[in-house]
Every structure is written in structure tokens, then in C-alpha cells.
Design a protein around this ligand. Structure first.
Ligand SMILES: O=C(O)CCC(=O)C(=O)O
Length: 296
């Protein structure tokens, strides 16, 4: 009998480069000490009232015994700290190649609290990047699931097929190719958008709760329309890095402006009904244009 597959496991002290190696090899990784006990308790206190009123899903994929809710920075502003955790952002930017022609900058694809309820069966193993009907050149998405409870095989820990980001798109994992992402409360489970995974079956009598912060290249349509789910009054009070991540940014060249200007300037009332349209080019494009229009 072969041993069940496992995921690479890290601590914060290991740093982003080690986690990236794990994500390259396995497509997924567990960061065991994502939150301090006090940090986890703060998140739980802010989210528990929402878990209490969130209705179960009404479809098989999202689960008829699973409670989900989004717009997290509006409902529970403390969750902003999860989205802009420096180590998680370093990992997300590196996986997605931020700062290259393929990905000028990253964005939040969605924010979602997930409470898998008692008797929920295992979710279909899927790839999150199947949203996008285009051939894959590089990685389009990476997710960070912050665990509020201990994740166990019994309560519905995420099931992940290590290495499946490199498989043919149609290949479905056999049962013995699936790792169970068991993790303590306060951990972060990372997986790349191309990895087959799904929530596990919950055979206990309590919710298995986690918070997903999903990141993607900012030229893609995000799954959650964060510019609508987080009203501008709420967005104005968020840290600037998070304002950018929820959509107040331009992916150069020229995607996402308001009246030709940076949407962050719009958020702060600095764009009038008409404005001088900026070029919004990458530095390389700007230099090439400058060389053409102002040759030395
Ligand atoms: O909650 C989990 O463990 C993963 C859920 C998931 O992959 C999804 O809902 O798409």
C-alpha cells in the first residue's frame, strides 16, 4: 500500500521563497502559523455573527449545507489584515509574476468565508482557474484559505491533488492521489488556481470555518465584484494597498481607469467629470514611446 499524499508544510520563519518552492512542486502548501491565537480569536469574533445568519448554499457545487458570505472588508473590517498579510502577498505576487508584462499587478479575485456544515458531502474536485476560457500561459490565480477551526479529515479539511497544476486539464485524480489539508486553526492553506481541490465532507456536528482570500492577475475579471460589494465609503477607510487590491488601480497598459485617470484618485474625489487622460503605460512602453517622440 502506498502512503497517502501530503502537502509541504511551513512556518512563517521559513519565508516566502520556501513556500514558493512548495507551491511550485505540489501546487499547494500549508503555512501552520498564519495567525497568533489572539489574531485568530479576533477574526472569529468578527465573523461568527455572520456565519450565524448566512444561509446554506442553494446548489450542489457550493453545497446545500455550507454557509458562505463575501464582502468581508465591509462586514468585518478586521479581515483586511488577512488580505494584505505581507508574507501572503509576497507569495501571491511571486506566483502570479507581478511586475512582468504578463501581470503588471495582482488583485483580489474574491473574499469568501466558508463554513462547511455537518453532513455536507465532499465537493467536486475542481480548478478555480476554469473560470477563464483561455489557454494557460502562466498561473492566473492563487488562493489563501485562513483556517478559523482546526481542519481535519473528519470535519471537511480541503482535499487537494498535489502536482495536479501540471496535469492535463481533463485528468481527474484517483482517491489515492488526494491529500487532505489537515491544519491547525489559524493556518493558511495555499493552492494555485490550476490545482484540483475541493472542500471535504463534514462528518462532525459543527461547522468547519475558513476564510478564502483569492488573488489573480489584475487584467482578469474578478469573481467577486469588490467595487460593488465594498461601498466607496467603506473603501475610503481601507489601507491603500487594499484599496488597490479591490480594484482601485490600473493594470498597465490602460486597464481599469476612470476618465483616463487612476481610480484611486476617483475614490478620493480627485477626478472631475472630465480630466486629462493619462497614457497609463508600463515603464518599458513609456520609454519606447519617449524614444520615438523625443529621439536623442
Ligand atoms: O472550503 C474549502 O475547503 C475549499 C472550497 C472550495 O474550493 C470552493 O468552494 O471552491
Amino acid at each position: 500500500m502506498t502512503a497517502a499524499p501530503t502537502l509541504p508544510r511551513f512556518r512563517r520563519a521559513d519565508g516566502a521563497a520556501a513556500i514558493l518552492d512548495g507551491l511550485e512542486a505540489a501546487g499547494a502548501a500549508v503555512l501552520e502559523d498564519g495567525l497568533t491565537p489572539a489574531g485568530r480569536a479576533e477574526m472569529e469574533a468578527a465573523l461568527a455573527p455572520w456565519f450565524a445568519i448566512a444561509p446554506p448554499g442553494d446548489g450542489h457545487f457550493f453545497g446545500r449545507r455550507t454557509r458562505r458570505f463575501s464582502a468581508l472588508f465591509h462586514k468585518a473590517p478586521v479581515t483586511a489584515a488577512l488580505a494584505i498579510d505581507p508574507l501572503v502577498l509576497d507569495v501571491a505576487e511571486a506566483v502570479l509574476g507581478a511586475g512582468t508584462r504578463a501581470c503588471d499587478c495582482i488583485q483580489l479575485n474574491l473574499t469568501q468565508a466558508i463554513g462547511i456544515g455537518p453532513d455536507e458531502p465532499a465537493q467536486h474536485l475542481h480548478r478555480d482557474d476554469d473560470f477563464y476560457p483561455i489557454p494557460r500561459a502562466g498561473e492566473l490565480m492563487v488562493n489563501a484559505l485562513w483556517t478559523l477551526d482546526s481542519f481535519t479529515a473528519a470535519n471537511g479539511a480541503t482535499r487537494i491533488a498535489p502536482g495536479s497544476h501540471r496535469w492535463p486539464r481533463t485528468r481527474v485524480p484517483a482517491e489515492d492521489e488526494i491529500a487532505v489539508a489537515e491544519a491547525p486553526a489559524g493556518a493558511v492553506i495555499f493552492w494555485r488556481g490550476a490545482v484540483r481541490h475541493g472542500g471535504g465532507a463534514n462528518r462532525t456536528n459543527t461547522l468547519r470555518r475558513g476564510v478564502v482570500m483569492s488573488y489573480s492577475a489584475a487584467w482578469l475579471a474578478p469573481a467577486e465584484k469588490l467595487l460593488l460589494s465594498i461601498p466607496p465609503e467603506t473603501a475610503r477607510a481601507l489601507p491603500e494597498r487594499l484599496q488597490r487590491l479591490i480594484g482601485y488601480q490600473i493594470h498597465r497598459p490602460n486597464l481599469g481607469w476612470v476618465e483616463g485617470r487612476d481610480p484611486l484618485d476617483w475614490l478620493h474625489g480627485r477626478v472631475g467629470p472630465v480630466a486629462a487622460a493619462g497614457d497609463n503605460l508600463t515603464p518599458a512602453q513609456q520609454a519606447a514611446l519617449d524614444a520615438l517622440t523625443h529621439p536623442r
